[in-house]
Every structure is written in C-alpha cells, then in structure tokens.
Design a protein around this ligand. Structure first.
Ligand code: ZN
Length: 276
C-alpha cells in the first residue's frame, strides 16, 4: 500500500510521541556522552542529576571544581529535580569556552561570539542532544565562585523548564519585576548602599538604573539574566557577588518587616518551582 508523505509524517509524529512518553518514564532518555565527557557519578543515584544527567568534561577525573557544581545541582528543590528529569536537562562542566565549542554534539549551537567567559548555559539544543543543556565553565576562581556560577546557569535551565517567563515580556514574572522596580524607585525607598554597589553604579539617578548597572550584560538589560540571578539567590552559596538579582533581594530583605514578600519577582520563581 502506498502511503502519502502526509500520512508518513503523521505516523512518524505518533511514533515520536509514543517514544517521547516512554523516554520520560524510563532512563532511556539518558544521553551518552562523547570524549572527553564522562558521566558522574559512575554509579547512578536515584534522582536528578546523578541519575545520568551530570557530565564532567574537563578531562580531570572527579574534578573538584566540577564536584562543586554537582553539589549545587544536587541541591535544587525536589520539585525542580522532577522537572529537570522529565525534560532531560543535562549539566556539563567544561574547562572553558573553547572546549565547549569543540565538543562534537554542541559545535553547531554555539554563537560565534558573545559567550560570557565565566559561565554559560544552553537552554535548547539541536538534533545531536535530546534535552536541555546547562553548561558551566570551571574557571579556577575559587570554590564559592564556581558554586555561584553554577547556580546562575541552573537558573537559566530552570527558566526553560518552567515556561520561559524570564525571557518573555509580559509574563507573570516579568510584570512582577516591573512592580519591584517601581518599588525600588519609590522616593521613600531610599538609595541602596551595599558593599556590592560600585561607585560608578551609584552615580545613576534611579535605583533601578543603579541596579541594572550592576547586572552582567546590562547593555541592554537582559531580563533572562535577572531571572537567573534571582534563582541563584535561592540556592546554597547564592548568587555571584554583586549581581543585580542578588542586590535587589538583599535590598528588600534589609527593609525587613515592611516588605516581607519582596522582591515579588523572586517569589514567582519559588511558585514556578513548586507548581506541579
Ligand atoms: Zn546568564
């Protein structure tokens, strides 16, 4: 019997859906790494990321810096582990951008320029990798820095796993961030004065401008970076020192009982993690 191209496509689509549900339910979704990446730990744990979703690609066996990333990834809330697992989110630790670019399954996906040198994550992948990717570079800048870079990159992965509110203008999170900025700029709020605030950033006229001056990639303002920074503040070891998402959180915390639920945008991240 002759099948039309359309019916072939439909059959292929059904097969794909069937396969997809199987993959979600079983470890069959596991990605098989290529050299120099090795799965960590070698004996899988019961839950994400140790169940086949964490890869050390630095060429160093049990690389201590990579293990710091593992500890952070393993510390995400249980609900988020479930979401990462369902989505097939894989965490890779490379030594640097060049090693990442040279990896066979990622080469086509990496922008020619613009990759931050401290940390980098991919939230979508091409045909060579089945799930979302969080890639971290093990720049030797101290253990706490490695942990905080990891938390930031996990924030991008969390954004992708929970509906991309951090990248979408007009999302619930984005609207709450606008409210936070309005609070931040209210005359009664006062000027932030934290150790993380640089002299140059303090020269701006509004608190939001001062805040965004602190943010990495702030020209232009990158909403998704703010999201990742706010996520990082929820994690053990927290965010990279001076990141805007951390600064705004600290500021509202310092106001204490007057504003117990601020920043509102960060509460939205907690809600997204906990949503079934
Ligand atoms: Zn980022």
């Amino acid at each position: 019997m002759k099948r039309t191209f359309k019916s072939l496509l439909a059959a292929a689509g059904l097969a794909f859906i069937g396969l997809g549900s199987l993959l979600t339910a079983t470890p069959a979704m596991a990605y098989t790494p290529k050299a120099p990446c090795v799965k960590y730990p070698s004996t899988p744990t019961a839950s994400w990321p140790g169940n086949g979703h964490f890869f050390i690609c630095t060429g160093i066996a049990n690389d201590p810096l990579a293990l710091i990333s593992y500890t952070q990834a393993n510390s995400v809330p249980a609900n988020l582990k479930t979401k990462f697992n369902a989505q097939g989110t894989d965490v890779f630790v490379f030594q640097n951008v060049s090693n990442y670019n040279a990896y066979p399954d990622f080469e086509a996906d990496v922008p020619a320029s613009g990759a931050p040198v401290k940390g980098y994550s991919r939230s979508t992948q091409g045909a060579k990798h089945p799930g979302a990717v969080v890639a971290i570079f093990s720049i030797p800048s101290g253990n706490n820095f490695m942990a905080r870079v990891t938390n930031h990159e996990l924030g991008h992965g969390m954004d992708f796993a929970t509906g991309n509110e951090g990248t979408t203008n007009g999302s619930v999170w984005s609207n709450r961030l606008a409210q936070d900025f309005a609070d931040f700029d209210a005359p009664a709020t006062g000027k932030p004065n934290f150790p993380g605030f640089t002299f140059v950033c303090n020269l701006f006229s509004t608190n939001t401008q001062r805040l965004l001056c602190m943010q990495q990639n702030n020209n232009p303002f990158k909403r998704d970076e703010m999201f990742a920074e706010e996520f990082a503040t929820l994690m053990p070891k927290g965010a990279i020192f001076g990141e805007a998402g951390a600064v705004i959180g600290n500021y509202f915390r310092q106001l204490g009982a007057l504003t117990p639920s601020r920043p509102r945008s960060r509460d939205r991240i907690v809600d997204l993690i906990n949503q079934p």
